[in-house]
Write a protein that binds this ligand. Structure first.
Ligand code: GLU
Length: 288
């Protein structure tokens, strides 16, 4: 099967050097996989309140400035188009339906704030410090099976994780990984009460539908990968290979965020930076 990779920006702001480095790595791995390899550009703009079309356009422009090219995507088309998540609702509803039919998910009227309060989780600095959903709040198995559409109930939908199950995967960059369901993470969101598919569901549905063979993304999403593997397993889908790039840290040791304006590609471009210089650095970092 020829390699299929993807670039999946979320246009909530301008891209910074950390994003650029991960996207470059994704493109480099696709290129190294040979002439048959394909790289897909997928715009993850489901969250209409936070995503803006101008950021989406700017992300494409910034990545082109960096010298990246892709074979399929919002501005190119291709056999799997469209590649904008906001236009792919039926793919997500279909995935939701399969999870519902299999009894893997349930509607839950509690908000994230309720969960936060119940667990008194500190607002930790740790990546993905989402508190564990209290198992005593789980409704009986089968709850929600008769609901026709995810938005038909005023509730979040959550995936019931198999408590104690070890989820193992090999990562091309981080080595062997193990997470324990119910311990490292609890029942996670698959559909939001405002009727928007949650990240874990949308990304899994898309990577499967787009026949992605390797997911390259930041190491902040390692735990999400474990959650996504549970969705692949539930639906009998074959997961892709995984490659999580180490995160770029700023001078205080914190991970770069869109707030680090100084390192935004827009700023660097404005200052006349030469993208080749960054790429040389990444080549040395990843290929030595
Ligand atoms: N769209 C996500 C982000 O920008 C990345 C999702 C992924 O690569 O799975 O954080």
């Amino acid at each position: 099967m020829p390699y299929r990779g993807r670039l999946a920006p979320t246009p909530t702001g301008r891209l910074h050097l950390g994003h650029a480095r991960t996207f470059w790595l994704a493109a480099a791995r696709a290129r190294a996989a040979g002439p048959e390899a394909r790289l897909v550009m997928r715009m993850e703009e489901l969250d209409a309140a936070r995503c803006k079309p101008e950021f989406a356009a700017a992300a494409l422009e910034d990545l082109r400035w960096l010298g990246l090219r892709w074979d399929e995507g919002p501005d190119i088309g291709g056999p799997h188009a469209p590649y904008e998540q906001s236009k792919r609702r039926e793919v997500y509803v279909d995935t939701w339906r399969r999870l519902r039919d299999g009894g893997f998910i349930y509607p839950c009227a509690r908000s994230r704030a309720d969960v936060q309060r119940a667990t008194q989780a500190p607002h930790a600095e740790e990546e993905d410090a989402e508190p564990l959903y209290p198992t005593e709040w789980r409704p009986p198995i089968g709850t929600g099976k008769d609901v026709a559409m995810p938005g038909a109930v005023a509730a979040n939908w959550r995936f019931r994780v198999p408590d104690g199950e070890m989820i193992k995967f090999a990562d091309a960059m981080q080595g062997p990984q193990v997470f324990v369901a119910g311990k490292d993470f609890g029942d996670f969101l698959v559909w939001r009460r405002d009727d928007v598919p949650a990240y874990e569901l949308a990304v899994t549905a898309d990577d499967n539908a787009m026949a992605i063979t390797e997911v390259v993304r930041g190491a902040d999403l390692l735990k999400s990968t474990a959650r996504q593997i549970l969705i692949y397993q539930a639906l009998g889908w074959t997961p892709p290979a995984w490659c999580h790039a180490p995160l770029l840290l700023d001078e205080t040791g914190k991970r770069l965020a869109k707030r680090n304006d100084a390192l935004s590609l827009a700023k660097l471009r404005e200052q006349g930076a030469n993208p080749k210089k960054f790429i040389e650095g990444w080549k040395t970092e990843f290929q030595s």
